[in-house]
Design a protein. Structure first.
Length: 131
C-alpha cells in the first residue's frame, strides 16, 4: 500500500510537470516533428517556468509518470518500458538539441551551459546567465 502511494505521488508529479510545461509553452512549440516545419509564429526560445530548471521538462515528466506507474503497480512490463525510456528518450533529446543549436545558435548553447538537460540542480538564477 505504501509503495502504491509513493508511485502515484511520483506519477502525479510527472503529470503536474507536464501540465506546467504545456501551460508555459501555450500554443507555441519548440520541437517539431520530422514531418512538419517548426512553428514560425514563435521562433524564440522559452526560458520560463520549468524551462528554467531543466531543458526538457516533458522528458522528465514522462520518466516520472512511467516510473511512478511502475512503482505503484509493480508491473514488470512498466519497469521494462521505463528502462527503455531512460535509454531511448535522452538519446532522442540529444538529436533534438542538435537541431535547436542549428536553429538558435549561440543562444541555445548558452542555455545548454546554464540549465541542465534533465536533472534540476539547486542553483538560482541559472537562466539569467544565458543573457
Amino acid at each position: 500500500m505504501a509503495w502504491a502511494l509513493v508511485g502515484y505521488g511520483v506519477a502525479a508529479a510527472g503529470v503536474a510537470l507536464a501540465v506546467w510545461a504545456w501551460s508555459v509553452l501555450g500554443s507555441r512549440r519548440l520541437v517539431s516533428s520530422a514531418h512538419e516545419p517548426p512553428n514560425p509564429v514563435s521562433p524564440r526560445l522559452v526560458f520560463g517556468g520549468p524551462y528554467r530548471l531543466v531543458r526538457h521538462p516533458f522528458l522528465l515528466a514522462a520518466l516520472l509518470g512511467l516510473g511512478g506507474a511502475a512503482i505503484a503497480t509493480r508491473w514488470p512490463w512498466l519497469w521494462v518500458g521505463w528502462a527503455t525510456a531512460v535509454v531511448v528518450l535522452p538519446w532522442l533529446t540529444v538529436r533534438e538539441e542538435r537541431r535547436l543549436v542549428a536553429r538558435f545558435g549561440e543562444a541555445y548553447r548558452r542555455y545548454q551551459r546554464a540549465v541542465p538537460m534533465l536533472v534540476p540542480r539547486p542553483r538560482r538564477g541559472a537562466v539569467s546567465k544565458c543573457w
